[in-house]
Design a protein around this ligand. Structure first.
Ligand SMILES: C[S@@+](CC[C@H](N)C(=O)[O-])C[C@H]1O[C@@H](n2cnc3c(N)ncnc32)[C@H](O)[C@@H]1O
Length: 230
């Protein structure tokens, strides 16, 4: 069985590294999600400049954010994700600072970003691992910074399947997709608890392409005055 490592690192990127090697695997992940595009107005109102696409996959959102005029960095634990993101940025003619790295030890200094996007990213792991991923987002965000993330909802049809390795976290040893690695599912109260002390600005529980694939879509804000940048 695949279990989380004791240092809080997770293993799902191994699955995704294989997915990203094929054009079929990349096909569903090449267009920015409309929910991300819908946030542009808010980011401009807030005078956001430095942005991070956390667990960027093949770069659909990183390229979109760079094209929209933000100084964009992106990170993923999969080397293939980063190669493919580099090719996508070159093809689009935009600059994205790309790094290979884990979500629980982000290769960035404290207080660096105005905005972090983590789409279908931080829920890979058990509750402690997920809490660690969120803490890293808090560390690299500036006071008053925003972050937007999806989390697996307990309404998701995969919730409760397989072996419960900890509260709300499941592994499906027989799965042929990334559910062979730990995934964490939460309700609204847990969503808020995991993200403390950030304030929840918006959340809705949305079905993705597959029937029953409910994900929370949330926007959080860190406490503090925005705009302390020089
Ligand atoms: C479902 S894909 C989403 C990709 C991208 N955010 C998007 O919306 O197109 C999940 C991504 O998370 C990455 N990932 C999984 N575990 C990770 C970890 N511990 N650290 C960094 N990246 C990780 C995978 O390699 C994969 O690229």
């Amino acid at each position: 069985m695949t279990t989380p490592h004791t240092d809080g690192s997770t293993t799902a990127h191994r699955h995704w590294d294989e997915v990203w090697k094929t054009s079929g695997g990349r096909a569903d992940w090449s267009t920015p999600d409309p929910w991300v595009a819908d946030t542009l107005g808010l980011l401009r109102d807030r005078q956001v400049r430095d942005v991070l696409d956390l667990a960027c996959g093949v770069g659909r959102h990183a390229v979109f954010l760079a094209r929209s005029g933000f100084a964009c960095r992106a990170v993923d634990a999969s080397g293939t994700a980063i190669e493919q993101s580099r090719a996508a940025a070159e093809a689009a003619g935009v600059d994205v600072d790309l790094r290979i790295g884990p979500m629980n030890r982000l290769p960035y200094p404290d207080d660096h970003f105005d905005y972090v996007l983590a789409f279908n990213a931080v829920y890979h792991g058990d509750r402690d691992a997920v809490r660690g991923h969120v803490r890293e987002i808090h560390r690299v965000l500036r006071p008053g910074g925003l972050y937007q993330l999806t989390m697996l909802s307990r309404r998701n049809h995969e919730h409760g399947k397989g072996i419960e390795i900890g509260p709300g976290a499941f592994v499906q040893p027989e799965a042929t997709d990334d559910k062979v690695h730990p995934h964490f599912y939460c309700d609204a109260a847990e969503l808020i608890a995991i993200n403390r002390p950030a304030a929840l600005l918006r959340a809705h529980d949305e079905e993705h392409a597959a029937p029953g694939s409910f994900h929370w879509h949330c926007l959080f804000e860190l406490a503090g005055e925005a705009g302390g940048r020089e």
